[in-house]
Structure formats: C-alpha cells, structure tokens
Write a protein that binds this ligand. Structure first.
Ligand SMILES: [Zn+2]
Length: 146
C-alpha cells in the first residue's frame, strides 16, 4: 500500500526481527493516521536531503518493541517515529541538514553514529535534538549533536 509518493506501508512495518520471531507487526487501523502523518513528514525529510532515505525501523508493535529493547513509550509503537539512513551522509550530517533546513520534528536523535531516529507529533513538534552514545555499555542521550 502506497502511503505517499515515495513511501509504502511495507517499509514502515517490515522487520527482520519480527519475521524471525513470527511476530505480526502489522500496523493496527487506529494507528494508520499516525503512520500516514509520518510518511508525509518523511517526504519533507527526503526533500531536505535531496536523497532517498532507507527506513531501518518504523512501526513496532509492543511485542517487537520489547524484543528490540525499546522503551515502552517509544514513538515507534505509535507509528510516529522511524530510524533511517541516507546516502546524503553520516547520521550527524543528516541531522545537521534537517535542522538547517527547518524541518519540523518532535525528536531527532543521532544514534551512535549509525542511524538517525526521527519522531513526529500530530499536535506539538518540540524540535528536541539528542545524540545517543554508549557510556559503560549503557545508552545515554545528551543534548544537541556531538
Ligand atoms: Zn528510533
């Protein structure tokens, strides 16, 4: 199912972990408005980068989210966040570009120099920017891009 010009529902729900564990990661009907909103916002992300983006994790049902160690309140479980990469550049370069381009988001996280997490809110996008780093093996979030 095509959500927007460049994004399909399958890109939001496919998960190798879910397939391996036989978890049904389909997005429930009541979350479809959120998933569609996220796709619309991602079109603006794609436009700001001028390059395609590859979603590595989109919607996560509660069972999948728990298995991948996500916090239970994760925006991924509401269909309002994705993790992605892009040939545009490094996660830090991507984040900087999105900030410079004035892209609206609730939370933008440069994750361990490996991927970008972006989350949206239907009502109030807070423009929070964080960097995830490992500290003694534990993930910690620090303000801004480092
Ligand atoms: Zn994420």
């Amino acid at each position: 199912m095509q959500l927007t010009e460049h994004f399909t529902l399958d890109e939001f729900t496919r998960s190798t972990t879910a397939s391996r564990l036989k978890i049904d990661n389909s997005a429930p009907d009541d979350l479809m408005p959120n998933v569609k909103l996220t796709a619309i916002k991602l079109e603006l992300v794609r436009k700001a980068l001028g390059k395609p983006i590859i979603i590595t994790s989109g919607y996560r049902c509660p069972a999948l989210n728990a298995r991948v160690g996500g916090v239970s309140t994760s925006a991924h479980t509401k269909g309002l966040a994705v993790d992605f990469k892009s040939s545009f550049g490094t996660p830090k370069e991507i984040c900087q570009r999105l900030i410079d381009a004035g892209v609206q988001f609730d939370k933008l996280i440069q994750e361990h120099n490996q991927w970008v997490h972006i989350g949206f809110s239907p009502s109030n996008n807070r423009q929070i920017v964080l960097t995830a780093i490992k500290n003694s093996g534990k993930t910690v979030y620090v303000n801004g891009l480092i």
